[in-house]
Design a protein around this ligand. Structure first.
Ligand code: ADP
Length: 216
């Protein structure tokens, strides 16, 4: 089974994808994670895309298409894939159609997480996490009990995504509206789109996604 998780930044695609990996033995292909790994490793590609990503803009289609092609080539053909953060433009959606066919795969569904954008900006712009154990925190909703000390592992180091400031988040939302939402009709024409309420509690969202996949 191959599915796409679609929704604006902070909609919970990453969270839901990792749950599907655990429960259904699928593979999560997140272009955002792949690009961040390139950035952190300081590869030539990472250096080239750093400014674009940090501003919340999209990296060129050819870059992400190539990353996805490489990953699909490495996977056993019977291993289901969750596309998380890809495709993000109509051109990427068309590339994905070709790549899936080339790798002998078919798309089983596109799950659109429906969320309230204003709530998301607020959620993302304040988030940070422990640099050691990745426990998530928030400037307003969830600070460590002892200021500056991780509740879980006691570390005093924290990290923040370079693109989680309000300005970059607004740009990411605008990019989503302008370039990513327009790919929905491409998949609607194939009868593949299913909508799930992304503002519900995380477990409820997972349960709704499970129902969609069981029906597919
Ligand atoms: P989010 O969905 O929370 O904005 P991601 O981790 O999916 O975050 O992506 C972070 C950044 O990586 C994007 O703002 C963009 O710069 C880049 N990126 C990720 N996936 C793509 C893609 N498919 N096409 C173009 N740029 C991408």
């Amino acid at each position: 089974m191959n599915i796409i998780l679609l929704g604006p930044p902070g909609a919970g695609k990453g969270t839901q994808a990792s749950r599907l990996v655990e429960r259904r033995n699928m593979v999560q292909l997140s272009t955002g994670d792949m690009l961040r790994a390139e950035k952190n490793a300081g590869t030539p590609l990472g250096d080239r895309i750093r400014a674009v990503m940090d501003a919340g803009e999209l990296v060129p289609d050819a870059v992400v298409d190539t990353l996805i092609d490489k990953e699909l080539a490495r996977l056993a053909p019977d291993r289901g894939v969750i596309f998380d953060g890809y495709p993000r433009t109509l051109a990427q959606a068309q590339s994905l159609d070709r790549l899936l066919a080339a790798h002998g795969r078919a798309l089983d569904g596109v799950i659109e997480l429906i969320v309230d954008e204003d709530a998301l900006v607020d959620r993302i712009a304040g988030r940070f996490s422990c640099a050691v154990c990745n426990t998530p925190y928030h400037d307003r909703y969830k600070l460590p009990a002892v200021p500056g000390v991780c509740d879980v592992c006691g570390s005093t180091e924290f990290k923040r995504r370079a693109d989680d400031n309000e300005e970059a988040v607004r740009t990411r939302m605008a990019e989503y509206r302008a370039k990513t939402a327009p790919i929905l009709p491409h998949y609607e024409a194939q009868g593949l789109v299913r909508r799930v309420d992304g503002m519900a509690a995380m477990d409820a969202v997972s349960a709704a996604i499970d129902r969609v996949l069981d029906a597919a």
